[in-house]
Write a protein that binds this ligand. Structure first.
Ligand SMILES: *[C@@H]1O[C@H](CO)[C@@H](O)[C@H](O)[C@H]1NC(C)=O
Ligand SMILES: *[C@@H]1O[C@H](CO)[C@@H](O)[C@H](O)[C@H]1NC(C)=O
Ligand SMILES: *[C@@H]1O[C@H](CO)[C@@H](O)[C@H](O)[C@H]1NC(C)=O
Length: 423
């Protein structure tokens, strides 16, 4: 007798209380099973999306032309969204359509903690056209003007000069070694884009500064001053919050290529650079005097998912030449060079160290690392709500303490004196 028959027959009989209870239990179980099924279908779609992303063929079919969509001037409680902040600056996010919710989460944080007072413009970048919902919802969340950039194909593809077999072999190697994003081509495109192309987008030409915002971040503290103004007035070029060691397997030849580059262009080494941070025991004076870099890279880098920095640094001849040199070596694809070590090596070698600023007052989280300001005032004033013990600087994978030791900045560093009353 099949189950259906059984239940039909069951209905025909005088229902006993026990049978009714049994029925209830079975119904509940069926409902539960249905939920589990629906949940599985849902998560497997998510999973398929993310797998699809990892294995997207390197050479994609539809060559999309880069373009910029300027949204109509939108309204904020009946008022046009006009930027109040005085700097030529933008909040910048590279994001995919399916990350809309995470993007909105980050925007909410940045707007609430900072941008609601400044209305700086947002610039969104994607290798695919943004969906209507993405545009409508993010425009709605922004307190300033918004632009949407579709990245030109040539900024998101493998240079023709590279050996495709070697790329596949490199990806397969890192995948089998279990290196994070080891087999992902889209991750490689992203790292190359963030190393050498984001600042070349037409939409960014009008800006001097950017604040890189990733989907799914948290900001823990009000920022009651304009960090772009701070950067400009204090002559800073690059601002960071977290730093750590890179996975060596992703950059086996990056350092050698960097040394080769410096030997070709020794004039690009800056005086009082940060070589001491990236090479243990380096003699900075000697490196500058002899225009030569020696020693091993200790893998320290600024965690580039948060950056407040000058676009002009990347537009400068030294950085351009450095990127072009690295790009011609193919390591963004043969290996899996990240934009974080690329930015960091350039910054450390080509800038005096006082041009690099640690934002000790910014509470920031991007899983798995976060940092909470360590001073009392930031907490007593109610400016921050994070847990002070959650401080990546205390992790042995953090390169923060090295930076602080070399630059005379304490872990609990506050804002510069001129900004103290903003805490
Ligand atoms: C491409 O790379 C593969 C594997 O490393 C190598 O065997 C092949 O000779 C290379 N092809 C060219 C044209 O260099
Ligand atoms: C660094 O090199 C210079 C020579 O360029 C030398 O005078 C100095 O003693 C060196 N410093 C250390 C700590 O080795
Ligand atoms: C950090 O500490 C863990 C355990 O205490 C150790 O296994 C690991 O090698 C350390 N890493 C570094 C970079 O020192």
């Amino acid at each position: 007798m099949d189950k259906l028959q059984f239940w039909k027959e069951g209905h025909g009989r005088v229902p006993s209380a026990r049978l009714a209870t049994k029925r209830m239990v079975v119904r509940t179980l069926c409902l539960l099973a249905l939920f589990v099924l629906v949940y599985h279908i849902f998560t497997s779609v998510e999973l398929r999306n993310s797998i699809h992303d990892r294995v997207t063929p390197l050479i994609q079919q539809d060559p999309s032309k880069g373009s910029t969509v300027l949204t109509e001037p939108s309204t904020l409680v009946g008022q046009p969204k006009v930027t109040i902040g005085k700097e030529k600056a933008t909040l910048l996010m590279l994001v995919r359509n399916r990350e809309l919710h995470k993007a909105l989460g980050s925007m909410r944080m940045v707007e609430d903690r900072f941008n609601r007072k400044f209305h700086y413009p947002w610039t969104f970048m994607n290798d695919k056209p943004f969906t209507d919902d993405f545009i409508r919802f993010t425009t709605g969340m922004a307190s300033g003007p918004v632009e949407y950039v579709v990245i030109p194909k040539e900024h998101w593809s493998v240079p023709d000069s590279l050996n495709k077999t070697k790329i596949q072999q490199g990806m397969e190697k890192l995948r089998t070694e279990g290196v994070i994003y080891g087999g992902s081509s889209s991750y490689r495109h992203m790292c190359r884009f963030n190393s050498g192309f984001f600042y070349r987008q037409e939409a960014l030409k009008k800006y001097d500064w950017y604040w890189r915002v990733e989907p799914d971040i948290e900001l823990y503290c009000d920022i009651n001053y304009d960090p772009f103004t701070f950067m400009r007035e204090s002559g800073k070029v690059y601002g960071w919050v977290l730093s750590m060691f890179e996975f060596e397997a992703t950059i086996p030849t990056l350092w050698q290529h960097t040394k080769d580059f410096i030997s070709k262009f020794p004039q690009f080494i800056a005086e009082d650079n940060s070589l001491g941070w990236i090479v243990d025991g380096a003699n900075v004076t000697k490196a500058f005097a002899e225009k030569k870099v020696e020693g091993n890279y200790n893998l320290c880098h600024f965690w580039s998912n948060f950056e407040i920095a000058s676009l002009n640094f990347y537009r400068s001849e030294p950085y351009q030449k450095y990127f072009d040199y690295l790009d011609s070596q193919g390591g963004f694809f043969y290996e899996r060079w990240g934009d974080a070590p690329v930015h960091s090596l350039a910054l450390a070698l080509m800038l005096p160290r006082n041009k690099i600023h640690h934002f000790a007052d910014i509470g920031y989280n991007h899983a798995p690392a976060s940092r909470c300001p360590q001073d009392d005032a930031s907490h007593v004033s109610g400016r921050c709500y994070c847990d002070r013990s959650r401080n990546y600087d205390n992790d042995n994978y953090s390169c923060g303490p090295r930076w602080f030791a070399l630059n005379g900045v304490g872990i609990g560093a506050l804002l510069p004196a001129s900004l103290q009353n903003n805490i």
